[in-house]
Ligand binder design. Sequence first.
Ligand code: GDP
Length: 308
Amino acid sequence: MPQNIRNIAIIAHVDHGKTTLVDAMLKQSGVFRENQVITERVMDSNDLEKERGITILSKNLSIHHGGLKINIVDTPGHADFGGEVERVLKMVDSVLLLVDAFDGPMPQTRFVLKKSLDLGIKPIVVINKIDRPGARPEKVVDMVFDLFCELNATEEQLDFPIVYASAKQGFAKRELDQESADLEPLFQMIAERVAPPEANPDAPLQMLVTSIAYNDYIGRIATGKIFNGRIKAGESVALVQRDGKVIRGRISKLLGYEGLKQVELADAIAGDIVTVAGFDDVGIGETFAAADKPEALPYVAIDEPTLS
Ligand code: GDP
C-alpha cells in the first residue's frame, strides 16, 4: 500500500552526522516486513565492489519500522548537478534537514535546501549532536529559521517540525526537556509529517528512471520511483525513451533494499522506489510503462553540469 511508504532524502553538511543517524535508524528497525517477498539476496554489494573496483549501487536504502517502509534516497551534495538534485527530490515527499547543534547550517547545504523549498517540500529539521559539549540547539533552530526566510520559504515551510537528536547515542526527542532513550520520536515524526506518496497502484504501470548504474553481472540497472501501477520481476513492459521511441522488453530483475543491502523483489507497487535490470538502452528521465499503454511521465530537464 502506498499509505505504508514514506520517501525521504536527508540533506546534511558533511560531518553533521548523516551516516551515524542512518546507522542508528537501521539498528533500531526491524529487518523484514511481513508481506514482502524476498526471493534471494542478489549479492553483497561491498564484496562485489571490492572485487571489481567499481561502484555499482546508488546509496539508497530502505528501513522498515512500525509498519512503514521508509525509503531514503541519496542526494548529490553538489550544486554542479542541478538537474540530478531536482530529479531525486521529485521522488520524495519530504526531506530531513540534519544540522549540527553546534555548527549550525552550512552554506553547502543551501543549494539542495533551496531546491527542496522551491519544489514545495516541507522539511523536517533534525538538530543533531545535542550531546556535544557547547551544543546550542535553540540558537541553531533560529539560524535555520533565518536561512528558511532568506530562501523565501512559505509560511507552512517556516512552521517546520523539529527533532532534537544524538545520532551517536541513538536517541531523538521533540522537546529539549523531554527524556528519550531511542529514535522513536524521529520515526513518529516521519510517519506523521511525511505524506505517503501520491501514487495509484491500480493504474497502468509508470516508473520514472532517476539514476542509472552498471553491474557486471546483470548489466545496466535503472533506479526510480513507480508513480502508477505495479511492476513484477519477469514481466514484459515498454520503455518510453526521451525521443518518444518505445522499446519492449522484460524486467530481468527487480531490486529493492533491505537496509543497505540490495535484494531481489518479486514485485513492487506504486509509491515505491526500485531498481530494474533487463534494458541495456535505458536512460535517465525515461519511463517504464505498461506494455499495452506505453505513456511517458513528464520529463525533468537536466541542467548541464557546470564543471569547475
Ligand atoms: P556524515 O559526514 O554527515 O555522514 O557524518 P558522520 O555520521 O560520519 O559523523 C561525523 C562525525 O560526527 C563522526 O565522528 C561521528 O561520530 C560524529 N557524530 C555523529 N553524530 C553525532 C552525535 O549525535 N553526537 C556527537 N557528539 N557526535 C556525532
